[in-house]
Design a protein around this ligand. Sequence first.
Ligand code: ATP
Length: 275
Amino acid sequence: LNNKGKGHKNISQISFDEIGGQLSAKNELIEALDFIVDREKVKKLGIRPLKGIILAGPPGTGKTLLAKAAAKYTGSAFLSASGSEFVEMYAGVGAKRIRKLFKDAVTKAKKENKNSTLIFIDEIDVLGVKRGSNSSHMEYDQTLNELLVQMDGVKVSDEVQVLIMAATNRVDMLDDALLRPGRFDRVVNIPLPSKTGREEILKIHCKNKPLAKEVNIVEIAEQTFGFSGAHLENIANEAAIMAMRDGSAVILQKHFTTAIEKVIMGEKVDRVPSK
Ligand code: ATP
């Protein structure tokens, strides 16, 4: 089961409506995208063009989904990569891969008959850790420099515009060079969902599931304080599995309760060894 919704499946067709909660993040992101897309208007007003957007927040809060929705909103092709793909022992390899990524972005837009490609770099912190910090060394710097050069490049191609979004769980770790004006100069925070957010996310993930009338989504949202969207998706899925095990044709409230417990337990099991 593709429960993370990631991988290399082409599901870039998600829209902002299919992402629960995160209202202010969505608004902020849409405003930033309008800035990027409406270059002429922005130029006329004398506003410095925006190059890149960082989505910052805990794991599983929908950063990848938002990037995909951003691609759809701007009519762009979607190309994703992870910061760790560019980390190599050999000098110059990371930088070379960055150059290839931008070239691929142009090819992808052309292939899909689009004017732009949105490049999404997950775990940007792997590349953009503060220089001089322990985990930073020359090869990382070379790769980061190449990314900045590519972002600064006025145009990657005459016909294709490249939009850049990146995600991180630790924005505090990012090198200032990345956050300078004209680079990733917009940071949008993606927090854990609020109660209403959790309600919306649960509804999205229960849409195609047979729920018993007694199921109270508001109550489930109340019981899942601190859960991410990924956790909630998991709960909806687990609850359906519980119903199946019970031989029930519909999902009952108790199936959700057990699913919540299971997810909480799973978290405990996952977290203990990593400490
Ligand atoms: P990571 O930091 O681990 O890369 P992420 O923030 O990019 O995580 P996503 O990959 O976007 O998180 O979300 C993982 C899954 O969790 C999604 O495929 C979706 O099923 C669910 N999900 C997360 N947030 C939301 C949301 N706001 N609305 C609906 N589903 C969500």
